[in-house]
Design a protein around this ligand. Structure first.
Ligand code: ZN
Ligand code: ZN
Length: 177
């Protein structure tokens, strides 16, 4: 079923999707990225309830995916991105740098000092809407301790009280401290 505005945003502004790559485009179309939709350069997909993302997205839940920078391409509009970084709101004290379309304000990706060489993209900017429900569906729901009381846990998605993607964890190369 076609929903309202579906035809405007699905593959709008020259977006595309192939077997293993797809585009993410800002609200106005000035900025377009392409990224892998499978393989190890698609590092992870997750939903996050942390208050930092609550503020920066204006929503109660952020849906994100992590891509290796070597596989992230700025198709157009990189010069239109405004970068803003701060560390005071991140619980771990790391710096999170945010890249927005300077024209329409869409947050396109975040980069953490804790995860060099990786970018955290926004699921809602992906032009192929079928990917929202398939390959890019969140695998983890994290910071559920900060989830608003009127939201239920997401169906069929692993839950984590705090930061699942904590670089201090051994599985992410840290020493556990
Ligand atoms: Zn824009
Ligand atoms: Zn978060």
């Amino acid at each position: 079923m076609t929903k309202s505005n579906d035809s405007v945003f699905r593959y709008g502004n020259g977006g595309w999707s192939t077997k293993d790559r797809a585009t993410a485009t800002c609200f106005c179309g000035a900025v377009q990225l392409s990224f892998p939709t499978e393989g190890e350069d698609l590092v992870a997909t997750f939903a996050c309830h942390c208050t930092d993302e609550r503020k920066i997205t204006g929503t109660m839940l952020a849906t994100n995916f992590i891509v290796d920078d070597s596989a992230l391409k700025h198709e157009r509009g990189e010069e239109r991105l405004t970068r803003f970084a701060q560390s005071k709101t991140i619980q771990s004290g790391r710096t999170m740098a945010n890249s927005f379309c300077s024209n329409c304000g869409s947050l396109m990706y975040r980069r953490s000092s804790g995860f060099p060489g990786k970018s955290i993209l926004r699921l809602g900017t992906v032009d192929d809407f079928t990917l929202h429900e398939t390959k890019l569906k969140p695998q983890i729901e994290q910071f559920i301790s900060e989830r608003v009381s009127w939201l239920e846990p997401a169906k069929g998605i692993a839950q984590d009280e705090g930061s699942f993607f904590d670089p201090r964890k051994p599985e992410f190369g840290g020493n556990g401290v």
